[in-house]
Design a protein around this ligand. Structure first.
Ligand SMILES: Nc1ncnc2c1ncn2[C@@H]1O[C@H](COP(=O)(O)OP(=O)(O)OP(=O)(O)O)[C@@H](O)[C@H]1O
Length: 497
Protein backbone atom coordinates (compact mmCIF):
# COMPACT_ATOMS: atom_id res chain seq x y z
CA UNK A 1 0.00 0.00 0.00
CA UNK A 2 1.43 3.39 -0.89
CA UNK A 3 1.19 5.85 1.93
CA UNK A 4 -0.37 9.28 1.68
CA UNK A 5 2.39 11.90 1.81
CA UNK A 6 3.03 12.97 5.38
CA UNK A 7 1.09 10.07 6.80
CA UNK A 8 4.16 7.88 7.02
CA UNK A 9 2.99 4.33 6.62
CA UNK A 10 4.87 1.09 6.87
CA UNK A 11 7.53 1.32 9.57
CA UNK A 12 9.56 -1.39 7.80
CA UNK A 13 9.89 0.82 4.72
CA UNK A 14 11.36 3.53 6.94
CA UNK A 15 14.21 1.34 8.06
CA UNK A 16 17.53 2.23 6.58
CA UNK A 17 18.67 -1.31 5.78
CA UNK A 18 22.23 -0.19 4.88
CA UNK A 19 22.81 0.89 8.42
CA UNK A 20 21.13 -2.14 9.98
CA UNK A 21 24.35 -4.05 9.67
CA UNK A 22 24.85 -2.83 13.23
CA UNK A 23 25.57 -5.79 15.41
CA UNK A 24 22.96 -7.00 17.82
CA UNK A 25 23.45 -6.34 21.51
CA UNK A 26 22.30 -8.61 24.30
CA UNK A 27 20.97 -7.58 27.69
CA UNK A 28 20.61 -9.92 30.64
CA UNK A 29 18.01 -8.70 33.11
CA UNK A 30 17.93 -10.28 36.57
CA UNK A 31 14.65 -11.31 38.14
CA UNK A 32 12.63 -8.38 39.55
CA UNK A 33 14.86 -5.85 37.77
CA UNK A 34 13.94 -3.64 34.86
CA UNK A 35 15.80 -2.54 31.76
CA UNK A 36 14.91 1.08 31.07
CA UNK A 37 15.45 2.44 27.59
CA UNK A 38 14.58 5.46 25.47
CA UNK A 39 14.36 5.15 21.70
CA UNK A 40 14.20 8.50 19.85
CA UNK A 41 11.79 8.96 16.94
CA UNK A 42 14.81 9.09 14.59
CA UNK A 43 15.73 5.52 15.49
CA UNK A 44 14.01 2.17 15.25
CA UNK A 45 14.91 -0.50 17.77
CA UNK A 46 14.32 -4.13 16.83
CA UNK A 47 14.03 -6.11 19.98
CA UNK A 48 13.24 -9.67 20.95
CA UNK A 49 13.10 -11.62 24.17
CA UNK A 50 15.29 -14.67 23.59
CA UNK A 51 15.03 -16.23 27.02
CA UNK A 52 12.74 -15.94 30.06
CA UNK A 53 9.78 -13.67 30.50
CA UNK A 54 9.87 -9.94 29.88
CA UNK A 55 7.04 -7.46 30.06
CA UNK A 56 6.57 -3.81 29.23
CA UNK A 57 4.18 -2.09 31.66
CA UNK A 58 2.47 -5.43 32.29
CA UNK A 59 2.26 -6.58 28.66
CA UNK A 60 4.23 -9.78 28.21
CA UNK A 61 6.40 -9.86 25.10
CA UNK A 62 6.28 -12.97 22.91
CA UNK A 63 9.38 -15.17 23.03
CA UNK A 64 11.66 -14.97 19.97
CA UNK A 65 9.38 -12.57 18.11
CA UNK A 66 10.95 -9.34 16.93
CA UNK A 67 9.13 -6.16 17.83
CA UNK A 68 9.82 -2.70 16.39
CA UNK A 69 9.93 0.31 18.66
CA UNK A 70 10.40 3.98 17.89
CA UNK A 71 9.75 7.14 19.95
CA UNK A 72 9.30 5.24 23.21
CA UNK A 73 10.46 5.48 26.81
CA UNK A 74 9.87 2.04 28.23
CA UNK A 75 10.93 -0.31 31.01
CA UNK A 76 11.23 -4.03 30.31
CA UNK A 77 10.61 -5.86 33.56
CA UNK A 78 11.63 -9.44 34.34
CA UNK A 79 9.02 -10.68 36.84
CA UNK A 80 10.44 -14.17 37.43
CA UNK A 81 13.56 -15.10 39.43
CA UNK A 82 15.13 -16.62 36.28
CA UNK A 83 15.32 -13.16 34.74
CA UNK A 84 15.22 -12.60 31.01
CA UNK A 85 17.56 -12.11 28.06
CA UNK A 86 16.90 -9.61 25.30
CA UNK A 87 18.53 -9.15 21.91
CA UNK A 88 18.25 -5.81 20.12
CA UNK A 89 19.75 -3.63 17.44
CA UNK A 90 19.04 -0.13 16.25
CA UNK A 91 18.73 1.41 12.86
CA UNK A 92 17.82 4.92 11.66
CA UNK A 93 14.17 5.67 11.04
CA UNK A 94 14.13 7.33 7.62
CA UNK A 95 10.65 8.79 8.10
CA UNK A 96 11.74 10.82 11.10
CA UNK A 97 15.36 11.53 10.18
CA UNK A 98 14.88 15.30 10.15
CA UNK A 99 11.64 15.83 12.00
CA UNK A 100 13.00 16.06 15.53
CA UNK A 101 16.04 17.58 17.23
CA UNK A 102 16.70 14.52 19.34
CA UNK A 103 19.91 12.52 19.35
CA UNK A 104 19.98 9.34 17.24
CA UNK A 105 21.37 7.27 20.08
CA UNK A 106 19.20 5.25 22.39
CA UNK A 107 19.83 5.47 26.10
CA UNK A 108 19.49 2.44 28.33
CA UNK A 109 20.37 1.05 31.75
CA UNK A 110 19.30 -1.71 34.10
CA UNK A 111 17.77 -0.82 37.43
CA UNK A 112 17.21 -3.09 40.38
CA UNK A 113 15.29 -0.39 42.24
CA UNK A 114 11.93 -0.86 40.67
CA UNK A 115 8.50 -0.04 42.07
CA UNK A 116 7.01 -3.01 40.28
CA UNK A 117 6.67 -5.06 43.49
CA UNK A 118 4.42 -2.30 44.94
CA UNK A 119 2.39 -2.18 41.72
CA UNK A 120 2.10 -5.96 41.70
CA UNK A 121 0.90 -5.98 45.34
CA UNK A 122 -1.68 -3.37 44.39
CA UNK A 123 -2.77 -5.58 41.52
CA UNK A 124 -3.18 -8.60 43.81
CA UNK A 125 -5.19 -6.53 46.31
CA UNK A 126 -7.50 -5.41 43.49
CA UNK A 127 -7.70 -8.96 42.19
CA UNK A 128 -8.80 -10.37 45.55
CA UNK A 129 -11.43 -7.59 45.69
CA UNK A 130 -12.65 -8.63 42.22
CA UNK A 131 -12.68 -12.26 43.31
CA UNK A 132 -14.92 -11.56 46.32
CA UNK A 133 -17.24 -9.38 44.19
CA UNK A 134 -17.48 -12.14 41.55
CA UNK A 135 -18.38 -14.69 44.22
CA UNK A 136 -20.99 -12.38 45.71
CA UNK A 137 -22.50 -11.61 42.29
CA UNK A 138 -22.56 -15.28 41.37
CA UNK A 139 -24.85 -16.18 44.28
CA UNK A 140 -26.78 -12.90 44.64
CA UNK A 141 -28.18 -12.21 41.22
CA UNK A 142 -30.69 -9.69 42.56
CA UNK A 143 -28.26 -7.48 44.53
CA UNK A 144 -25.16 -7.19 42.41
CA UNK A 145 -22.07 -5.26 43.47
CA UNK A 146 -19.39 -3.61 41.36
CA UNK A 147 -15.65 -4.36 41.34
CA UNK A 148 -12.99 -1.80 42.35
CA UNK A 149 -13.39 1.64 40.78
CA UNK A 150 -9.84 2.95 40.95
CA UNK A 151 -8.76 6.54 40.35
CA UNK A 152 -5.04 7.17 39.89
CA UNK A 153 -3.80 10.68 40.75
CA UNK A 154 -0.37 12.25 41.09
CA UNK A 155 1.97 14.98 39.94
CA UNK A 156 3.05 15.59 36.39
CA UNK A 157 5.28 12.71 35.24
CA UNK A 158 4.69 10.51 38.25
CA UNK A 159 3.96 7.38 36.20
CA UNK A 160 0.14 7.47 36.35
CA UNK A 161 -0.35 6.19 32.82
CA UNK A 162 2.32 3.50 33.23
CA UNK A 163 0.60 2.29 36.43
CA UNK A 164 -2.88 2.24 34.87
CA UNK A 165 -1.50 0.35 31.87
CA UNK A 166 0.24 -2.17 34.14
CA UNK A 167 -2.86 -2.74 36.28
CA UNK A 168 -5.05 -3.15 33.17
CA UNK A 169 -2.61 -5.64 31.60
CA UNK A 170 -2.39 -7.72 34.77
CA UNK A 171 -6.17 -7.69 35.20
CA UNK A 172 -6.52 -8.87 31.61
CA UNK A 173 -4.10 -11.74 32.28
CA UNK A 174 -6.46 -12.86 35.07
CA UNK A 175 -9.33 -12.93 32.54
CA UNK A 176 -10.81 -9.71 33.85
CA UNK A 177 -12.09 -6.96 31.64
CA UNK A 178 -11.82 -3.61 33.44
CA UNK A 179 -12.86 -0.38 31.76
CA UNK A 180 -9.85 1.86 31.20
CA UNK A 181 -10.91 5.48 31.38
CA UNK A 182 -8.55 8.12 30.04
CA UNK A 183 -9.31 11.61 31.33
CA UNK A 184 -6.02 13.11 30.17
CA UNK A 185 -6.93 14.82 26.88
CA UNK A 186 -3.23 15.25 26.10
CA UNK A 187 -2.97 11.55 25.28
CA UNK A 188 -5.08 9.88 22.66
CA UNK A 189 -5.94 6.48 24.13
CA UNK A 190 -7.45 4.39 21.32
CA UNK A 191 -8.40 7.72 19.76
CA UNK A 192 -6.81 11.05 18.86
CA UNK A 193 -5.55 13.56 21.47
CA UNK A 194 -8.33 15.86 22.64
CA UNK A 195 -10.74 13.02 23.32
CA UNK A 196 -11.81 11.43 26.59
CA UNK A 197 -12.33 7.70 26.28
CA UNK A 198 -13.61 4.67 28.18
CA UNK A 199 -12.54 1.29 26.82
CA UNK A 200 -13.19 -2.21 28.14
CA UNK A 201 -9.83 -4.00 28.05
CA UNK A 202 -10.08 -7.68 27.21
CA UNK A 203 -6.81 -8.24 25.36
CA UNK A 204 -3.12 -7.27 25.52
CA UNK A 205 -1.92 -3.81 24.53
CA UNK A 206 0.14 -3.33 21.41
CA UNK A 207 3.52 -2.04 22.67
CA UNK A 208 4.66 -1.25 19.13
CA UNK A 209 1.98 1.34 18.53
CA UNK A 210 2.28 5.00 19.52
CA UNK A 211 2.16 5.34 23.33
CA UNK A 212 1.83 1.56 23.56
CA UNK A 213 -1.97 1.30 23.40
CA UNK A 214 -2.96 -0.13 20.03
CA UNK A 215 -5.63 0.15 17.38
CA UNK A 216 -9.33 0.59 17.83
CA UNK A 217 -12.53 0.16 15.93
CA UNK A 218 -12.95 3.95 15.64
CA UNK A 219 -10.35 3.96 12.90
CA UNK A 220 -11.64 0.96 10.98
CA UNK A 221 -10.55 -2.66 11.08
CA UNK A 222 -8.35 -4.03 13.83
CA UNK A 223 -5.62 -6.62 14.09
CA UNK A 224 -5.35 -8.92 17.10
CA UNK A 225 -6.66 -6.76 19.89
CA UNK A 226 -9.84 -4.95 18.99
CA UNK A 227 -10.66 -2.23 21.47
CA UNK A 228 -13.93 -0.39 21.21
CA UNK A 229 -13.69 2.93 23.02
CA UNK A 230 -16.57 5.17 23.94
CA UNK A 231 -15.34 8.58 22.86
CA UNK A 232 -16.36 11.99 24.17
CA UNK A 233 -14.98 14.94 22.32
CA UNK A 234 -13.27 17.58 24.41
CA UNK A 235 -11.24 19.20 21.65
CA UNK A 236 -8.28 20.57 23.61
CA UNK A 237 -5.14 18.95 24.96
CA UNK A 238 -5.22 20.65 28.35
CA UNK A 239 -8.09 20.19 30.79
CA UNK A 240 -7.90 23.86 31.77
CA UNK A 241 -8.66 25.17 28.25
CA UNK A 242 -12.39 24.81 28.90
CA UNK A 243 -12.91 23.46 32.39
CA UNK A 244 -16.71 23.56 32.09
CA UNK A 245 -16.70 21.47 28.95
CA UNK A 246 -14.12 19.10 30.49
CA UNK A 247 -16.26 18.55 33.59
CA UNK A 248 -19.40 18.19 31.51
CA UNK A 249 -17.85 15.53 29.28
CA UNK A 250 -16.48 13.69 32.33
CA UNK A 251 -19.94 13.55 33.86
CA UNK A 252 -21.47 12.23 30.62
CA UNK A 253 -18.70 9.67 30.23
CA UNK A 254 -19.31 8.66 33.86
CA UNK A 255 -23.02 8.04 33.19
CA UNK A 256 -22.19 5.91 30.14
CA UNK A 257 -19.50 3.93 31.98
CA UNK A 258 -21.69 3.22 35.00
CA UNK A 259 -24.52 2.00 32.78
CA UNK A 260 -22.08 -0.07 30.68
CA UNK A 261 -21.00 -1.85 33.87
CA UNK A 262 -24.63 -2.63 34.68
CA UNK A 263 -25.02 -4.36 31.30
CA UNK A 264 -22.04 -6.66 31.49
CA UNK A 265 -21.26 -8.83 34.50
CA UNK A 266 -17.61 -9.47 33.51
CA UNK A 267 -16.96 -5.75 33.27
CA UNK A 268 -18.96 -5.11 36.46
CA UNK A 269 -16.86 -7.61 38.41
CA UNK A 270 -13.64 -6.15 36.96
CA UNK A 271 -14.34 -2.48 37.75
CA UNK A 272 -12.63 0.65 36.49
CA UNK A 273 -9.11 2.06 36.13
CA UNK A 274 -9.07 5.82 35.63
CA UNK A 275 -6.03 7.76 34.36
CA UNK A 276 -5.98 11.50 34.95
CA UNK A 277 -4.02 14.60 33.92
CA UNK A 278 -1.63 15.94 36.58
CA UNK A 279 -3.97 17.16 39.34
CA UNK A 280 -3.14 18.86 42.62
CA UNK A 281 -5.31 19.73 45.62
CA UNK A 282 -6.18 23.00 43.82
CA UNK A 283 -8.06 20.82 41.34
CA UNK A 284 -10.14 19.26 44.11
CA UNK A 285 -13.46 20.02 42.38
CA UNK A 286 -12.31 17.98 39.36
CA UNK A 287 -11.25 15.07 41.59
CA UNK A 288 -14.54 15.33 43.50
CA UNK A 289 -16.50 15.28 40.23
CA UNK A 290 -14.62 12.23 38.96
CA UNK A 291 -15.19 10.41 42.26
CA UNK A 292 -18.93 11.00 42.14
CA UNK A 293 -19.41 10.57 38.35
CA UNK A 294 -17.57 7.24 38.21
CA UNK A 295 -18.56 6.09 41.72
CA UNK A 296 -14.86 5.78 42.57
CA UNK A 297 -14.15 3.84 45.78
CA UNK A 298 -10.33 3.62 45.71
CA UNK A 299 -7.96 6.54 45.09
CA UNK A 300 -4.36 5.61 44.36
CA UNK A 301 -1.94 8.48 44.96
CA UNK A 302 1.49 8.13 43.36
CA UNK A 303 4.45 9.39 45.37
CA UNK A 304 2.87 12.53 46.81
CA UNK A 305 2.25 12.35 50.55
CA UNK A 306 0.97 15.93 50.77
CA UNK A 307 -1.71 15.27 48.16
CA UNK A 308 -2.69 12.06 49.95
CA UNK A 309 -3.15 13.84 53.29
CA UNK A 310 -5.02 16.78 51.75
CA UNK A 311 -7.35 14.46 49.86
CA UNK A 312 -7.99 12.36 52.95
CA UNK A 313 -9.00 15.53 54.83
CA UNK A 314 -11.36 16.63 52.07
CA UNK A 315 -12.94 13.20 51.73
CA UNK A 316 -13.10 12.40 55.45
CA UNK A 317 -16.90 11.98 55.35
CA UNK A 318 -16.56 9.32 52.61
CA UNK A 319 -13.72 7.59 54.45
CA UNK A 320 -15.79 7.55 57.67
CA UNK A 321 -18.70 5.91 55.86
CA UNK A 322 -16.32 3.36 54.22
CA UNK A 323 -17.20 4.62 50.74
CA UNK A 324 -13.64 5.52 49.82
CA UNK A 325 -10.20 4.04 50.44
CA UNK A 326 -6.80 5.56 49.78
CA UNK A 327 -3.66 3.75 48.70
CA UNK A 328 -0.26 5.37 48.33
CA UNK A 329 2.31 3.85 46.01
CA UNK A 330 5.85 5.12 45.39
CA UNK A 331 6.81 6.82 42.16
CA UNK A 332 9.09 4.66 40.05
CA UNK A 333 12.63 5.99 39.68
CA UNK A 334 12.36 5.21 35.96
CA UNK A 335 9.62 7.71 35.11
CA UNK A 336 10.93 10.25 32.66
CA UNK A 337 10.08 13.93 32.51
CA UNK A 338 9.16 14.07 28.88
CA UNK A 339 9.57 17.48 27.25
CA UNK A 340 6.96 19.36 25.23
CA UNK A 341 8.65 18.58 21.90
CA UNK A 342 8.42 14.85 22.61
CA UNK A 343 4.78 15.16 23.69
CA UNK A 344 3.89 17.10 20.53
CA UNK A 345 5.69 14.56 18.36
CA UNK A 346 3.85 11.68 20.10
CA UNK A 347 0.56 13.46 19.51
CA UNK A 348 1.39 13.88 15.81
CA UNK A 349 2.37 10.24 15.57
CA UNK A 350 -0.81 9.08 17.27
CA UNK A 351 -2.91 11.15 14.84
CA UNK A 352 -0.88 9.70 11.96
CA UNK A 353 -1.48 6.21 13.31
CA UNK A 354 -5.20 6.89 13.73
CA UNK A 355 -5.49 7.44 10.00
CA UNK A 356 -2.73 5.25 8.64
CA UNK A 357 -2.70 2.35 11.10
CA UNK A 358 0.39 0.52 12.28
CA UNK A 359 2.95 -1.63 10.55
CA UNK A 360 1.01 -4.78 11.47
CA UNK A 361 -2.32 -3.33 10.58
CA UNK A 362 -2.07 -0.58 7.95
CA UNK A 363 -5.34 1.22 7.22
CA UNK A 364 -6.43 2.67 3.93
CA UNK A 365 -7.14 6.33 4.67
CA UNK A 366 -9.50 7.91 2.22
CA UNK A 367 -9.32 11.46 0.91
CA UNK A 368 -12.46 13.16 -0.26
CA UNK A 369 -13.71 16.66 -1.02
CA UNK A 370 -16.76 17.97 0.77
CA UNK A 371 -18.89 21.03 0.34
CA UNK A 372 -18.78 22.94 3.64
CA UNK A 373 -22.29 24.28 2.93
CA UNK A 374 -23.67 20.76 3.36
CA UNK A 375 -22.49 20.57 6.95
CA UNK A 376 -23.32 22.22 10.24
CA UNK A 377 -20.01 22.81 12.01
CA UNK A 378 -19.50 23.81 15.61
CA UNK A 379 -16.24 24.57 17.37
CA UNK A 380 -15.09 23.98 20.93
CA UNK A 381 -14.94 27.26 22.88
CA UNK A 382 -11.59 28.17 24.39
CA UNK A 383 -12.50 29.75 27.77
CA UNK A 384 -9.51 32.06 27.79
CA UNK A 385 -10.35 33.38 24.32
CA UNK A 386 -14.05 33.72 25.18
CA UNK A 387 -13.29 35.64 28.36
CA UNK A 388 -10.92 38.02 26.61
CA UNK A 389 -13.59 38.63 23.93
CA UNK A 390 -16.10 39.53 26.62
CA UNK A 391 -13.67 41.98 28.18
CA UNK A 392 -13.47 43.83 24.84
CA UNK A 393 -17.21 44.47 24.82
CA UNK A 394 -18.08 48.05 25.78
CA UNK A 395 -19.49 48.13 29.29
CA UNK A 396 -23.26 47.94 29.30
CA UNK A 397 -23.39 45.87 26.10
CA UNK A 398 -25.42 42.72 26.45
CA UNK A 399 -23.68 39.57 25.24
CA UNK A 400 -26.93 37.58 25.20
CA UNK A 401 -30.34 38.46 23.74
CA UNK A 402 -32.66 40.56 25.84
CA UNK A 403 -33.58 38.62 28.92
CA UNK A 404 -37.27 39.32 28.41
CA UNK A 405 -37.17 37.66 24.95
CA UNK A 406 -36.09 34.33 26.36
CA UNK A 407 -37.88 31.67 28.34
CA UNK A 408 -36.09 30.16 31.34
CA UNK A 409 -35.39 26.98 29.38
CA UNK A 410 -34.02 28.93 26.41
CA UNK A 411 -31.79 30.98 28.64
CA UNK A 412 -30.32 27.92 30.28
CA UNK A 413 -29.76 26.10 26.97
CA UNK A 414 -28.31 29.17 25.22
CA UNK A 415 -25.98 29.89 28.08
CA UNK A 416 -24.82 26.33 28.40
CA UNK A 417 -24.04 25.87 24.72
CA UNK A 418 -22.13 29.14 24.47
CA UNK A 419 -19.88 28.01 27.29
CA UNK A 420 -19.00 24.81 25.47
CA UNK A 421 -19.50 25.07 21.70
CA UNK A 422 -20.17 27.88 19.26
CA UNK A 423 -21.47 27.59 15.70
CA UNK A 424 -18.81 28.13 13.05
CA UNK A 425 -20.77 30.67 11.00
CA UNK A 426 -18.17 31.06 8.28
CA UNK A 427 -16.04 27.96 7.80
CA UNK A 428 -12.82 29.06 6.11
CA UNK A 429 -9.20 28.11 5.61
CA UNK A 430 -8.27 30.26 8.61
CA UNK A 431 -10.36 28.21 11.03
CA UNK A 432 -10.31 24.76 9.45
CA UNK A 433 -7.03 24.22 7.55
CA UNK A 434 -4.93 21.42 9.08
CA UNK A 435 -7.38 20.68 11.86
CA UNK A 436 -9.02 17.59 13.30
CA UNK A 437 -12.81 17.52 13.23
CA UNK A 438 -15.04 15.22 15.24
CA UNK A 439 -17.89 13.44 13.48
CA UNK A 440 -20.78 13.30 15.95
CA UNK A 441 -23.61 10.80 16.03
CA UNK A 442 -26.06 13.64 15.64
CA UNK A 443 -27.93 14.23 12.37
CA UNK A 444 -27.77 17.79 11.02
CA UNK A 445 -31.46 18.46 11.54
CA UNK A 446 -31.17 17.97 15.29
CA UNK A 447 -31.85 21.32 16.91
CA UNK A 448 -31.47 20.38 20.58
CA UNK A 449 -28.37 21.97 22.01
CA UNK A 450 -28.27 19.46 24.87
CA UNK A 451 -28.01 16.63 22.35
CA UNK A 452 -24.91 18.20 20.85
CA UNK A 453 -23.27 18.21 24.26
CA UNK A 454 -24.35 14.68 25.04
CA UNK A 455 -23.48 13.07 21.73
CA UNK A 456 -20.70 10.52 21.36
CA UNK A 457 -18.15 10.61 18.58
CA UNK A 458 -18.28 8.24 15.61
CA UNK A 459 -14.73 9.09 14.60
CA UNK A 460 -12.42 11.89 13.57
CA UNK A 461 -11.49 13.38 10.20
CA UNK A 462 -8.60 15.61 9.16
CA UNK A 463 -9.19 18.77 7.11
CA UNK A 464 -6.03 19.20 5.08
CA UNK A 465 -7.13 22.13 2.90
CA UNK A 466 -10.08 24.47 2.79
CA UNK A 467 -10.77 26.18 -0.52
CA UNK A 468 -12.24 29.58 0.39
CA UNK A 469 -13.40 30.40 -3.14
CA UNK A 470 -15.37 27.18 -3.63
CA UNK A 471 -16.11 26.64 0.07
CA UNK A 472 -14.91 23.07 -0.24
CA UNK A 473 -12.76 21.13 2.17
CA UNK A 474 -10.34 18.31 1.46
CA UNK A 475 -10.95 15.76 4.19
CA UNK A 476 -9.07 12.62 5.18
CA UNK A 477 -11.06 9.79 6.76
CA UNK A 478 -9.56 6.68 8.38
CA UNK A 479 -11.65 4.40 6.16
CA UNK A 480 -13.17 4.61 2.68
CA UNK A 481 -16.80 5.62 2.35
CA UNK A 482 -19.05 8.63 2.57
CA UNK A 483 -18.85 10.92 5.58
CA UNK A 484 -22.21 10.73 7.36
CA UNK A 485 -24.12 14.01 7.10
CA UNK A 486 -23.90 14.54 10.83
CA UNK A 487 -23.02 17.62 12.83
CA UNK A 488 -19.26 18.18 12.91
CA UNK A 489 -17.23 19.71 15.72
CA UNK A 490 -13.99 21.44 14.89
CA UNK A 491 -11.33 20.86 17.56
CA UNK A 492 -8.24 22.86 18.48
CA UNK A 493 -6.08 19.84 17.64
CA UNK A 494 -3.90 20.79 14.68
CA UNK A 495 -2.08 18.44 12.38
CA UNK A 496 -0.05 19.16 9.27
CA UNK A 497 0.55 16.48 6.70
N1 LIG B 1 9.76 2.49 35.08
C1 LIG B 1 9.93 3.21 34.00
N2 LIG B 1 11.06 3.13 33.28
C2 LIG B 1 11.25 3.88 32.17
N3 LIG B 1 10.35 4.76 31.70
C3 LIG B 1 9.20 4.89 32.37
C4 LIG B 1 8.91 4.12 33.54
N4 LIG B 1 7.68 4.48 33.99
C5 LIG B 1 7.21 5.39 33.13
N5 LIG B 1 8.11 5.65 32.16
C6 LIG B 1 8.00 6.62 31.05
O1 LIG B 1 8.04 7.91 31.64
C7 LIG B 1 7.16 8.79 30.92
C8 LIG B 1 6.15 9.40 31.87
O2 LIG B 1 5.37 8.34 32.45
P1 LIG B 1 3.79 8.39 32.48
O3 LIG B 1 3.23 8.90 31.19
O4 LIG B 1 3.31 7.08 32.97
O5 LIG B 1 3.58 9.50 33.60
P2 LIG B 1 2.29 10.37 33.89
O6 LIG B 1 2.28 10.66 35.34
O7 LIG B 1 1.08 9.69 33.33
O8 LIG B 1 2.62 11.66 33.03
P3 LIG B 1 1.70 12.97 32.86
O9 LIG B 1 1.63 13.62 34.19
O10 LIG B 1 2.48 13.78 31.88
O11 LIG B 1 0.37 12.48 32.36
C9 LIG B 1 6.48 7.93 29.83
O12 LIG B 1 7.19 8.12 28.63
C10 LIG B 1 6.65 6.51 30.34
O13 LIG B 1 6.69 5.58 29.27
Amino acid sequence: MSAIPGFGGDLNSNIDEDSSINKSSFVEINGQSEWRFEVPFRTIMKLKVVNGIGEIFGTELPLNVEILLTGVKYALYAPLDEGCKVEYYCTPNRANSTSTNEEDEISEYISEETSMNHYMNLHFALESYRQSISEHNFVNTSSQKTGPRVLVVGNRHSGKTALVKTLASYACKMDRSPILVNLNPRDGVFSVPGSLTATPISDAFDVESVNGWGGSTTSGSTFHNPKQPLVKNYGFTSHSDNLDLYKYQISKLGVAVVSRMEEDIIVKNSGLLIDTPPLSIKDFTIIENIVSDFEVNIIVVIGNERLLIDLKKKFKHKIASSQLDFIKVPKSGGVIEVDDAFIRKSQEESIKEYFNGTIRNPLSPFKTELDAKDFVIYKCVDSLEANSNISFLPSGDSFTPEASEMTDGDRKEEFSLETYYSRLQEPSSSNLDNSIIAITQLPQNNKLTRDLLNTCILGYAHVSKFDDTKSKMKVLLPFPGALPRNILISTSIGYTE
